[in-house]
Design a protein around this ligand. Structure first.
Ligand SMILES: NC(=O)c1ccc[n+]([C@@H]2O[C@H](COP(=O)([O-])OP(=O)(O)OC[C@H]3O[C@@H](n4cnc5c(N)ncnc54)[C@H](OP(=O)(O)O)[C@@H]3O)[C@@H](O)[C@H]2O)c1
Length: 252
């Protein structure tokens, strides 16, 4: 077994019992960070903590939009590890598919609550508890849907665009202590995106200039970069991580 040299840094990654959040947690652990992960299902979260390594990982169960949960997650991270350098706002939802002309406005509110307001709440908590005095970095996991029209997932696209603007606001307000950036992935192979490629992965991948769909470690690598010294002069940016699919815009 190889021993990882500890970085002394601590990250809070929301929605990380599987998928992209789990991939981000793996990438940060691999470089020596300690990590707090969240998710709604307590058993799944416990299993993820065990798989990632309970010596350097804790889990705090709860719903991302719940203010009490946001506060408890940050408190527990501070108790366990004494600091919270990095926040990765990854928990997100996309519960509807269809034209926005017919969209139930309560569903639109729920999407914004989970994808945008919760990210702001977590940012407020980490700022108060640690970052305002000690610095750090925040990464918001947005989507390619937030920088382009996204037919049939309009509420989701609007919320991800708002998340990108949230990064701009926070980057401005929290500078120079805290850098804040977004990542905008295209389709990454997770439970969330399964319906988009299941049974037709080869066909779906053919649209990507780099010839494949994304995997969680692709986003993990980008999040590790944006929370590292290598990106010390980068803030308020959106890193599109998409296998080149955006290059197709304008290609007839
Ligand atoms: N996969 C893609 O193609 C793709 C592309 C662009 C952007 N994204 C974004 O990436 C993020 C992660 O997506 P994913 O594909 O990794 O999804 P996923 O595989 O379904 O994983 C989602 C994770 O978040 C947790 N979670 C979901 N809703 C939550 C909530 N309300 N509060 C707290 N935890 C919650 C889930 O655990 P529980 O179910 O136990 O809560 C799980 O750990 C989302 O913000 C999504 O919009 C994904």
């Amino acid at each position: 077994m190889t021993t990882v040299e500890l970085s002394g840094k601590v990250a809070l990654v929301t929605g990380a019992s599987r998928g992209i959040g789990y991939g981000v947690a793996q990438a940060l652990l691999a470089r020596g960070d300690r990590v707090c992960i969240t998710g709604r299902n307590e058993d799944a979260l416990k299993e993820a903590v065990e798989r990632l390594g309970a010596d350097r990982v804790i889990g705090v169960a709860g719903k991302a939009h719940d203010e009490a949960h946001q506060a408890v997650a940050v408190e527990r991270t501070m108790e366990a590890f004494g600091r919270v350098d990095f926040l990765v706002n990854n928990a997100g939802t996309n519960p509807v598919f269809g034209p926005i002309a017919d969209l139930d406005l309560n569903v639109a509110r729920k999407v914004f609550e989970t994808n945008v307001v919760s990210a702001l709440g977590f940012a407020q908590q980490t700022w108060k508890a640690w970052q305002s005095a000690n610095g750090g970095a925040i990464v918001n996991i947005a989507s390619l849907a937030g920088v382009s029209a996204s037919p049939f997932i309009g509420a989701y696209g609007m919320s991800k665009a708002a998340m990108i603007n949230l990064s701009l606001q926070l980057a401005h307000e929290f500078a120079p202590l805290v850098r804040v950036n977004s990542i905008a992935p295209a389709v990454v192979k997770t439970k969330f995106a399964q319906a988009l490629y299941e049974g037709r992965e080869e066909e779906a991948a053919a649209a990507y200039p780099l010839g494949r769909l994304g995997v969680p470690s692709d986003i993990g690598g980008a999040a590790a970069f944006l929370t590292s010294e290598q990106s010390d002069w980068i803030t308020g940016q959106t890193l599109v991580v998409d296998g080149g699919i955006f290059l197709n815009a304008g290609v007839s």
